[in-house]
Every structure is written in C-alpha cells, then in structure tokens.
Ligand binder design. Structure first.
Ligand code: F6P
Length: 367
C-alpha cells in the first residue's frame, strides 16, 4: 500500500516545527517501513498552513511549485536544529463563516491525491483538522503552541524554548535593573493562559507574576513592592502575561484587527502596570514586551526531542489508521488524544494548585 501524506504548519511559528517535519518525513520514508509495516509513503510539505491547501491550483504547475514541496530525507536532514518553520505558516481559517473555503480545500486534497494530512498547530489549526476529519479527510495532529494552552496534552512544541528565552532575557534585565534601582515589568505572550508567565517567572525568580486566570489588584501589587523597601533589594522584576488584567477590567488589546479565527492582537499590560507603579509608589519603573522574541531562535534540547517523538508518533498513527486524533504527552509518555477534545477548550493554569494568590507568584507548597 502506498500513502501520500501532506504535512503543514499553522498559526504562530515556534522552535521545534522544523524538527517535527523532519521526523514525520524520516519516519515515513524509513527504508524499513515497507518490510516491517507493509506500507510505503510519499511526503509533501504544504506551504503556509491551510492557506496553501486552499489557494493551490492543482492544475497549474507554478501554483503547485509555490504551495507544494516534495520532502525527502536529504531535504529535511538538517532542519531539526533551526527555529521557525521552513514550510511557512498562516492563520488562514478555511471554515471562516465570512468566507468558507473548506469545499475548495477538500477538492484540492482530492485532486492532489493526498491520502492523509499531518497538521502541526495549536487550537485553531487542529480545530480545522478535526472539522476536516468529520468531513471524511484523514487527518492527524501534532500539538504546538508556546502558550501551552492546548487541551489534551501535557506538552505542546515551543513552550520549553520560550520559557528559556524569558529566563535568559530576565537574567539580562537584572543587571541594568540593579544598576539603576528600577522596577521592570516584563510582558510575555499568553493570551488566555498564564503558563509562560508563570513558568518563565518561577524559573527566573521574578518577584511578582500576573496571569490571565487571576485578575490582579493594582494596589496589592504596589503593597507587595513597598514590602520590599528598606531591605537590601535594589530592584524588582514583575512578569505579566499579555492576557493578564486588573480586577474589573478587560484584557489590553493592541488594535481592533481581528484574525481569521476571531482573535484580537493583545499587548499593553506591562506598560500600564509600570505606569501605575510609578504613579502610585514613586518607584522608577520600566517595561519591556518580549513579544516574538519568545518564538524566535533555535529549539531547546527538550523541544528537539519532543519534535522528534511527536513526528515519529504521527506516522505510527497513520500506519495504525488512527485518524481524527493528535499526538499527545500524557503522564510523561507519548500517547494520542481525540482532536475533538481541543475544540473550544483550553488548558488554563489551575490557580488553586499552582498560583499563590497572596504573593502573586508560584506556590511555595508542592503537595
Ligand atoms: O499563538 C499564540 C500566541 O503565541 C499568543 O500568545 C500571541 O497573542 C500570538 O501568538 C501572537 O501572534 P502573532 O502576532 O504572530 O499573530
């Protein structure tokens, strides 16, 4: 049996995507595949996520050259050490109710002779994979999002690298914060979930961590800062997720632009907090938005490993005919989970378990 698989990356990029594409390709084209599992594969990469499958014209050679990249072991050999996605990505939603192009996508999949799709992405990308599966297209998913808010898995690609970047940037900030005796408010990504802020803040020893799951009281933040005065402490680092919000207020958004999946661009909470601290306490405060730096650069060892295992597992799933599911990490082991479980459901920080609501920080109890 010969199976043609298409692999694509959707949503925000992150380190680890290229490694997954490499291991999907290498596992599928493993010379032992035919002998051991009686299946042979052909692998193509689709450029720019779902956009590629919607916009490609299968009858036009130039269009195919633009959106379809045949992949083999030689092409992907070095990809695992690089960040970003060599296939490109987009936030195109083929099921956007204002412009539903899912019919075109399905027609293209058939015309291109694609037997199965490996979709690497977060809630939005995998939500599309689930809808396609319901419409008879064979899909498997691989979880990716630096926000770590995807349901059904303990790990999503990109998170570990992003946490390391947050920690490294905060290490850098400390010297200048200390020299000037300033407060620094660091804004991380994380629109709905505070995982990046919490784990980045905990690993870098931030004094205050603010997460979307627990709206904060600005007076309480100032009180915590005042408590430190008089001690031998020259500066304080606060970490705030972009989706963190003051009690009784909405999240801070950058502008009115809404993407294909209905998301607004967030940003501005760190500037607000720094201004308020300075205004209310007189302590000199600065803010910094780490923004896309968190998604840049090369993958950490953990992301390279997870990329490899997720890629290998996706091919196992196809061999076993486990469609409509995604690779997932459960109890520290590679497993699979239904794609249905990622729809309209996010994995948020369990405040009671992980967050100290008195200190606005990670808990000091574990068990
Ligand atoms: O994919 C999620 C995310 O990392 C969010 O935390 C953030 O709001 C968003 O990406 C920003 O993405 P972009 O600016 O690349 O569209």
């Amino acid at each position: 049996m010969k199976i043609k698989i298409a692999v694509l990356t959707g949503g925000g990029d992150c380190p680890g995507l290229n490694g997954t594409i490499k291991w999907v390709t290498k596992s599928a084209l493993d010379p032992k595949m035919v002998a051991n599992r009686s299946i042979s594969f052909e692998v193509i990469g689709i450029t720019d996520g779902w956009k590629g499958l919607v916009e490609v014209d299968p009858e036009d050679q130039r269009s195919c050259a633009r959106y379809i990249k045949p992949l083999d072991e030689e092409i992907v050999r070095t990809w695992d050490r690089y960040g970003g996605t060599n296939l490109g990505t987009s936030r195109t939603n083929p099921f956007n109710p204002k412009n539903d192009r899912s019919g075109k996508l399905i027609e293209n999949v058939k015309k291109l002779g694609i037997d199965a799709i490996v979709a690497i992405g977060g809630e939005d990308t995998l939500g599309v994979a689930y809808k396609l599966h319901k419409l008879g297209i064979k899909t498997v998913g691989i979880p990716k999002t630096i926000d770590m808010d995807l349901a059904g898995t303990e790990y999503s690609l990109g998170f570990d690298t992003a946490v390391n970047i947050i920690m490294e940037e905060i290490d850098r900030l400390r010297t200048t914060a200390g020299s000037h005796g300033r407060i620094f408010v660091v804004e991380t990504m994380g629109r709905n979930a505070g995982w990046l802020a919490l784990r980045g803040g905990e690993s870098s020893g931030a004094y205050i961590i603010l997460i979307p799951e627990y709206p904060f009281d600005m007076d309480k933040v100032c009180e915590l800062l005042r408590e430190r005065q008089g001690r031998e402490i020259k500066y304080s680092i606060l970490v705030a997720a972009e989706g963190a919000k003051p009690l009784g207020q909405q999240e801070f958004v950058k502008d009115s632009h809404v993407d294909d999946f209905g998301h607004v661009s967030m940003g501005g909470i760190a500037a607000y907090i720094a201004n308020e601290i300075q205004r209310k306490t007189g302590l000199e405060s600065r803010h910094i938005i780490l923004s896309h730096l968190q998604r840049g650069g090369t993958p950490s060892a953990h992301d390279r490993l997870m990329a490899r295992w997720f890629g290998v597992a996706a091919i196992d799933m196809i061999v076993k005919g486990e469609f409509g599911r995604m690779v997932s990490l459960q109890h520290g082991e590679i497993a699979t989970a239904p794609l249905e479980g990622v729809i309209n459901k996010l994995q948020l920080v369990d405040v009671e378990k992980y967050y100290d609501t008195e200190r606005y920080n990670g808990r000091r109890t574990i068990l």
